[in-house]
Design a protein around this ligand. Structure first.
Ligand code: PEP
Ligand code: MG
Length: 756
């Protein structure tokens, strides 16, 4: 039985009444009481109630028209409990003609609600967060229609905005105030170490909507059309600016944007919201809030990604409507900024003023993501995969970023701040110690010299040569500049780039690794078919040998750039000697070409290989005859040795690089190289961890290449180490059946005061 119909015109009338009420003198509870009264009257409902979320995941009845007044501030429901709790838990509307027969119905006797049969409730949402629930009830078995649900959602959205700006509750205690003041710890994964405390800056900040209610829907629709038009041409512009650094990388995302931007369903929902009386920007926000709430329910990563795209698009549209710009666009980043985002590309991070940035936190992200590589190069603490980050963090809130443990604390308490300040001070003190030993020799107590080198991939990494006192670059990942471009860089561009690397490295040697693309490192302009197992698929030298011009051009550029100085170059993912020979052959051709053209060659050329595929070890005698040096890529070597995906969070920690098998393998590699006096380096992540580095020295490694921040700790460790003693100790361990030798090595270090 349908009651008076509440068309779009009715909804607009109601919004105007609410606006008048908010502008009036009444405040606090009385304002809430009048709000529910107006809504009940307008919706022809006997009951209208507002439940607000309270700390501890409960909903409290804040105001009601129609239920017993003594229940106000007494009736409480856990999120998920009863129909109201269900609406909050799933952030979705419910409309039931016979609510009491619903399995989730929870009877609250103090409210006197047993006489009301039908119920319609919608979540009060803001920024994807459920702030409360708005409910209407009728005695009759009323069938609420779509339009009525839509109208109630619009009202709920207006209430959310009013609640957030304190207009609804006045200055009295509010649910939102209490909830947002509570500290909250959110766990993620460590993407770059370091600790920081600062204030939240949203990479895509929430846009302030100055006017929610519109007088004339027709003109709002015109504004929407104009904004959609503006957004389309901005996206098309981005797509066309192929030479723009990050456009190539984001091309796919932009294509998806365009697809969504033309999605009639999405725009249709925005128009519907305008028709209920909202301004164009408020309508976009309403649809965005729904999307965010739905996103929290979706677990499928692909769908989440799509919904997130839609959210980004809504943000763009809002900016076109309001003219707001991001902090990166305006260049007005506040000091102590902790950047918070769902995800971002490396170029976007570089858009910000580094001097103001303290840390970066993402809802997504992975250790091998390019933005993480850039964050590391910038020395920016970074935490990723923080679930629901954006629904919890509000702009300007205090935030602690714990890059050591992969966690953040929002709105930290005094105690937490203090504990953190102590941790930051301790870290600074350690860094001061490392700075003190910077110019001292990297030599063990028994006089064994160890060469400490840095891994680099961006020009900014090279500044760390000076600050760490490293002797050179042990691994230059040349693929990184290729990844952030939209087209393949031609030879002159590459020459210029490599020359710049040399210029910034001074006299220190740099080992260039030729392109290691494929796997998770995609080039936007290189078609790579999806392998089922990309790390073991068409990548690195496999691509280079199948598409020899790529490698030849790179070698050509490296030879030219090294004119008059020594060139150190190595090839990634060599699995057998014939691949190394084939790569060497391409190098020989390029050398011949250079000579034919009478161009000045490098003063010396040293050619090596990465040892990342276990099979290569079994051709060691043939390999050692050919190479000038070998660099063990333990990241890949271990993933293939244990058949264990290096990026899998589920498997991380399952196998240990300090296991007898891994260490025995590394020991054999070191012995072979030492016998033939072939230079050996290890450039995987393990080189940068003091305990692991201690073991490597014990196994005979004398060159370690690592991320710049690891140089200090590793140097402090080795200067307190006796190399022959750890070698002898390891000798007694390698045949043990243990899963890992980690605790034995840690005890060894502890007993001898070795700084691990
Ligand atoms: C490695 O595999 O250990 C390595 C250094 O190479 P990347 O991490 O670039 O694969
Ligand atoms: Mg590798």
């Amino acid at each position: 039985m349908s009651q008076a119909s509440l068309g779009p015109g009715g909804s607009r009338r109601l919004l105007k009444r609410l606006r008048d009420l908010m502008a009036g003198d009444v405040t606090g509870q009385e304002r809430l009481n009048q709000t529910v009264r107006i809504i009940a009257a307008d919706m022809v409902a006997e009951v209208c109630s507002i439940y607000m979320a309270r700390p501890g995941d409960v909903l409290e009845l804040f105001a009601t028209e129609g239920l017993k007044q003594e229940a106000v501030h007494k009736t409480r429901l856990a999120i998920g409990e009863g129909l109201v709790g269900d609406i909050a838990a799933h952030a979705h509307p419910l409309a039931l003609a016979d609510a009491q027969s619903h399995p989730n119905f929870a009877y609250k006797p103090e409210t006197g609600e047993e006489i009301f049969h039908s119920l319609m409730g919608v979540p009060i949402l803001r920024g994807g967060r459920v702030l409360g629930v708005l409910v209407v009830q009728n005695r009759s078995f009323r069938e609420y229609d779509e339009e009525e649900i839509e109208a109630l959602q619009t009202i709920a959205m207006v209430l959310a905005e009013l609640a957030a700006s304190d207009v609804l509750f006045g200055s009295t205690e509010t649910a939102i105030e209490t909830a947002t003041q509570l500290p909250q710890r959110l766990d993620g994964i460590k993407l770059n170490e370091g600790l920081a405390i600062g204030r939240v800056v949203l990479h895509q900040p929430r846009i302030t909507i100055r006017q929610m209610v519109a007088e004339d829907p027709a003109s709002e629709r015109v504004r929407l059309d104009a904004a959609v038009e503006g957004m389309h041409s901005a996206i098309d512009d981005l797509l066309q600016r192929a030479d723009l650094g990050h456009a190539g990388e984001h091309r796919e995302i932009l294509e998806t944007y365009r697809m969504f931007a033309e999605d009639r369903g999405w725009l249709g929902r925005i128009v519907e919201a305008i028709n209920t009386g909202l301004t164009a920007e408020a309508a976009v926000q309403r649809v965005q809030d729904d999307t965010r709430a739905r996103m929290n329910q979706v677990t499928d990563p692909y769908l989440r990604e799509r919904l997130s795209d839609l959210e980004d698009l809504a943000n763009r549209l809002l900016r076109h409507l309001t003219g707001d710009r991001t902090a990166a666009q305006t260049g007005t980043l506040k000091p102590d900024a902790v950047l918070v985002a769902r995800n971002m590309g490396p170029a976007e991070l570089l858009d910000y003023d580094r001097s103001q940035l303290r840390a970066l936190v993402l809802e997504e992200g992975s250790p091998t993501a390019h933005v993480a590589i850039v964050a590391r190069a910038l020395g920016l603490p970074m935490v990723g995969r923080v679930k629901d980050l954006l629904s919890h963090a509000a702009p300007d809130e205090a935030i602690i970023v714990d890059g050591e443990h992969g966690a953040v604390v929002l709105r930290p308490s005094e105690d937490e701040r203090e504990a953190f300040t102590i941790a930051i001070d301790a870290r600074l003190a350690r860094q001061a110690q490392y700075a003190q030993i910077r110019d001292l020799p990297a030599m063990t107590r028994d006089g064994v010299g160890i060469e400490l080198l840095i891994n680099a991939g961006l020009l900014i990494d090279l500044s760390h040569l000076e600050s760490t006192g490293a002797t050179g670059v042990g691994l230059y990942r040349t693929e990184i500049p290729f990844m952030v471009r939209s087209t393949f860089p031609d030879v002159p561009t590459q020459v210029e780039f490599y020359r710049e690397v040399y210029a910034r490295s001074g006299d220190r040697p740099v080992v260039f690794r030729t392109l290691d693309v494929g796997g998770d490192k995609r080039l936007p302009y290189l078609e790579v078919a999806e392998d089922e197992n990309p790390a073991m698929g068409w990548r690195a030298i496999r691509i280079a040998l199948d598409r020899p011009m790529l490698l030849r051009q790179q070698l050509r550029a490296l030879l030219k750039a090294s004119s008059g100085r020594r060139l150190d170059v190595m090839f990634p993912m060599i699995a057998d000697v014939s691949e190394f020979d084939a790569a060497l052959d391409l190098l020989a051709r390029e050398r011949a070409r250079l000579a034919r053209r009478g161009e000045a060659p490098p003063s010396e050329i040293k050619v090596g290989t990465m040892l990342e595929v276990p099979a290569l070890f079994w051709q060691m005698p043939a390999l050692l005859e050919r190479v000038d040096f070998i660099s063990v890529g333990s990241n890949d070597l271990m993933q293939f040795l244990f058949a264990c995906d290096r990026g899998s969070t589920r498997l991380s920690g399952r196998y240990d690089v300090l296991s007898p098998s891994a260490l025995s393998f590394l020991n054999r590699i070191a012995q072979s190289c030492t016998r033939r006096q072939v230079t050996l380096t290890l450039c995987g992540e393990m080189a940068g961890r003091p305990l692991e580095a201690m073991a490597l020295i014990g196994l005979g490694f004398r060159r370690l290449s690592m991320s710049p921040s690891a140089i200090g700790p590793v140097k402090a460790m080795l200067r307190s180490l006796d190399a022959s003693e750890v070698a002898a100790f390891l000798d007694t361990l390698l045949d043990l059946p243990d899963r890992a030798l980690r605790s034995r090595l840690a005890a060894f270090a502890r007993d001898r005061d070795i700084a691990v």
